[in-house]
Design a protein around this ligand. Sequence first.
Ligand SMILES: [Mn+2]
Length: 330
Amino acid sequence: MEEVKTKIFSLFKDDVSVVILSHRNPDSDSLGSSLGLAHFLSRYTRRVAVITPNPAPRFLNYFPGIETVFDAESDLERANWAIENAEIVFCLDFGTLDRVEPLNEAVRNAGKRVVHIDHHLDFEPFAAYIYRDPAACSTSELVYRLIRQEGISPDAATCLYSGILTDTVSFKVRMTPEVHWVVADLIAAGADINKVHEGINGSYTENRLRMTGFALLNRLCVLPEYKTAYIMLTAQDAERFNLEEGDTEGLVNFTLYLEGVNFGVLMTERKDMVKMSFRSRGAFSARDFAANFEGGGHYNAAGGRSRLSPAETETKFLELLRKVKDQLQY
Ligand SMILES: [Mn+2]
């Protein structure tokens, strides 16, 4: 770690131009690590661009510096240009380049200028500098480790705190003693934890809250024999509640509130696919299961997608579930 850290720091110089890129469908850890690093780098340079492949959901607006982030969907040319011309390209919180489509080619071509910082199990070697640790709770924790000795500003601390909070599902999963030390340090550095908690838990739209209730009442299927619970939200459901990007964030976690359930899944019908989120507790690998649906991620939390219709996706899901029935009994 120390060696990589020294190498990364050797890249920083006054006025260096930096791009920080995180994955599609930005979440609190991808934005938290990206903006946390951006705040830190502002002591070296003003030429820092934080880019996301598509727009961040509105509820993440509480991040200090969010107004500086731009997305490739709104201006692909600008995003590609920024990556081509940056002296350093940070890739944060994703393991493989398919997570940053349509910017993957630009990143691949940037090879020698790329610094890859991540905690996912999936990994593709596309960077010259690699700092990854699948044992870390979040990429925000990795950024913390990278910059802590240099001093952390309150804004950077707020961003990193938010990433850690959500990637640990409010300090419930992927926890180590280290995480509490890190969080203590971030609060001491001035992290605005009220702002983060308000942003995550105090900023639902009425539609989002009612959709959550609807999904749990009418769309939750519990399969005790498979120790599994899943929710399927159709396009009509999304329309009924006027769902916005990010409104289903965290919904899948409710499935594991059930006693005796080891595997929970959320399927959401989108324009040209069914988006899937997988959560497991204990020995069952959500990530291995997600591989059946073009997915990946962490051992107990993964994502994927299906190009089949919702009904066909459900059938495929149930067939696969039958095959892993024994693995789910513990
Ligand atoms: Mn993460």
